[in-house]
Design a protein around this ligand. Structure first.
Ligand SMILES: [Fe+2]
Length: 212
């Protein structure tokens, strides 16, 4: 059912399936009428302390009809026990994230993988990079952010989102997104395992989706 387009394990797997084009159109339609606000949660505030240019916009999908489409028309939700909530995230022009691993702020536990979908990809200039885990020093103020001034970091994989494909994303390896070379926003949606399946790893998810 799921077809691998590009396997860059352990960093990411680009994949597709029947119906994904219509699903992405549904995401676009919901995002078009949604009201985005500047992200303002605890982790955003913490990141801004170490990287002041960091800024994102987001929209929690709260309308039950919309949420039903986003989680109900997505075959990965049942296969991977994905959380039945969803948030659009917009990356702003000229902005980058710090190098980090993903943490669930509510449970203070790692997010081991995400299934990411492109919503509005306006160019190929927003680059996602993964880094070597050796010689990484975490920031003294924010435990999930890498201190780039102290760490001996080396980019080992990079990609940009296409408008067509979903991505199984390994969020436990140090990574970042860099939209500093773009004049456009980029909107994606990223779904994680629900709280009862938070231990499911990237490799587990890959096996469940693709059998390998
Ligand atoms: Fe991340």
């Amino acid at each position: 059912m799921f077809t691998i387009i590009k396997d860059c394990s352990p960093y990411y797997v680009l994949f597709t399936y029947d119906g994904i084009t219509d699903y992405i159109k549904e995401l676009q339609s919901i995002a078009s009428k949604a009201e985005f606000v500047v992200s303002n949660n605890k982790s955003v505030t913490a990141i801004k302390e170490v990287l002041p240019i960091y800024d994102t916009e987001e929209c929690y999908i709260t309308n039950p009809e919309d949420l039903k489409i986003v989680t109900g028309n997505n075959p990965c939700v049942n296969v991977l026990n994905l959380d039945k909530s969803a948030t659009f995230l917009t990356t702003l022009p000229k902005v980058r994230s710090p190098i980090h691993i993903d943490m669930n702020g509510g449970t203070n536990s790692p997010v081991r993988f995400r299934i990411n979908y492109p919503v509005f990809i306006n160019d190929d200039k927003c680059i996602t990079r993964w880094y070597n885990s050796d010689s990484i020093v975490t920031h003294e103020k924010v435990s999930y952010v890498i201190d780039e001034t102290l760490s001996n970091i080396k980019c080992i994989e990079q990609m940009h989102f296409s408008q067509e494909y979903a991505i199984l994303f390994n969020t436990t390896l140090p990574h970042m997104w860099d939209n500093t070379q773009s004049i456009n926003k980029r909107t994606i949606i990223g779904m994680r395992a629900d709280k009862d399946h938070a231990d499911m790893t990237f490799d587990d998810a890959k096996k469940n989706l693709f059998g390998i």
